[in-house]
Design a protein around this ligand. Sequence first.
Ligand code: HEM
Ligand code: HEM
Length: 207
Amino acid sequence: MNIQCDAANNHQVGYLQSMVFHRKLINDQSSYGWGHILLHWLIAFAIIGLYPLGLYIETLDYYDPAYRTIPYWHKSIGALIIFALVFRVLWRVLNKPPAPLPQPERMKQLAKLAHLMLYALLILTLVSGYLISTADGRSIEVFSWFNIPALPFAFDNQEDIAGEIHFFAATALISISSLHALAALKHHFIDKDTTLTRMLALHEDPQ
Ligand code: HEM
Ligand code: HEM
C-alpha cells in the first residue's frame, strides 16, 4: 500500500516537475513561457509590496529611524520596476502572448481593457513616483548600486502635484489588480479553465 502511495506521489512530483521545468522560455500558441511568467509575477509582487510601503512612508516624520530606510527601499524597488516594465513591454512586443481561451467576446474585450489599464496605470505610477523623488533636483539612489538622474528642469509644485497623481494612480492600480486577480480566481474555481494555471506554469504543455 505504502509502496503504491510512494509510487503515485513520485509520479505526481515527476509530472509537476516536467510541467514546470520543461517549459520553454518564450510563449507559444497555447502557453506562456518562463520569461513572460517570471516578469508578470515579479512585477505583480513588487507592486503589492510597494503599496503598503508607500502608505507607511506618509506616516513617518523626519526623526523616525524608518525615515532613512523605508523611502529608500520604496524608491529603489520602484525604480527597478521601471527597468522591468521596459523589458516586459519589449518582451511582449517581440513575443506574442498565447491565444485567449474560448470565452464570450465581451469577456475577452473586458480582459484586454483591464490589461491595457494596468499597463497605463503602472506607467503613470512609476513616472509620478520618479517626479516626486527628483523634484528637488536630486537623483534617485537605487540600492547604492547606481543613480537615476533628475530631469534638467522642474515644474511649479512638482512634488505636490506628482504626489497627488502618484497616490491616485497607485490606488487605481491596486484596485484594478484586485479585480483582475478575482477574475483569474473565477476562471480557476468557477469556469475551471486554464487561465490561471497557464500563468503559473502549472498547465500541461500540449505537445
Ligand atoms: C508601482 C509602483 C509603486 C506603487 C504601487 C507606489 C505606491 C505608493 C503609495 C501608495 C504611496 C503613498 C502616497 C500617499 O499616501 O499620498 C507612495 C509614496 C511615495 N512613492 Fe511610490 N509607488 C510606486 C513606485 C514608486 C517609484 C518608482 C518611486 C520613485 C522612484 C516612488 C516614490 C514615492 C515617494 C517619494 C513617496 C512619498 C510621497 C510623499 O512623501 O509625498 N514610488 N507610493
Ligand atoms: C498586482 C499587479 C498585477 C498586474 C499589474 C498584472 C498585470 C497583468 C497583465 C498586464 C496581464 C496581461 C498579460 C501580459 O501582458 O503580461 C496579466 C495576465 C494575467 N494575470 Fe496578472 N497582474 C497582476 C496580478 C495578478 C494576480 C494577483 C493574479 C492571480 C491571482 C494574476 C493573474 C493573471 C493571469 C491568470 C493572467 C493571464 C490572463 C490570460 O491569459 O488571459 N495577476 N496580468
